[in-house]
Design a protein. Structure first.
Length: 67
């Protein structure tokens, strides 16, 4: 991941870097890797995330198509 520093403005470059890392999910991954997650817990979490994504997609589709 790269961030270009313009006019020696490091504060702005750091903000941009943090935003990019947040968008890519780096912080979430670091938090998850701090401790061991049992395989059953991992499956349950991934299934819950998939359900959440599907519901969000359906909600957006309903707004767009108006069913």
């Amino acid at each position: 991941m790269q961030v270009h520093v313009k006019d020696n403005n490091i504060d702005q470059a750091l903000r941009v870097l943090k935003k990019k890392m947040q968008r890519e999910g780096v912080y979430r991954e670091m938090k998850m890797r701090r401790s061991y997650e049992k395989p059953s817990e991992r499956r349950a979490r991934e299934k819950a995330e998939a359900v959440r994504r599907h519901r969000k997609l359906m909600r957006k589709r309903m707004e767009r198509e108006g069913y």
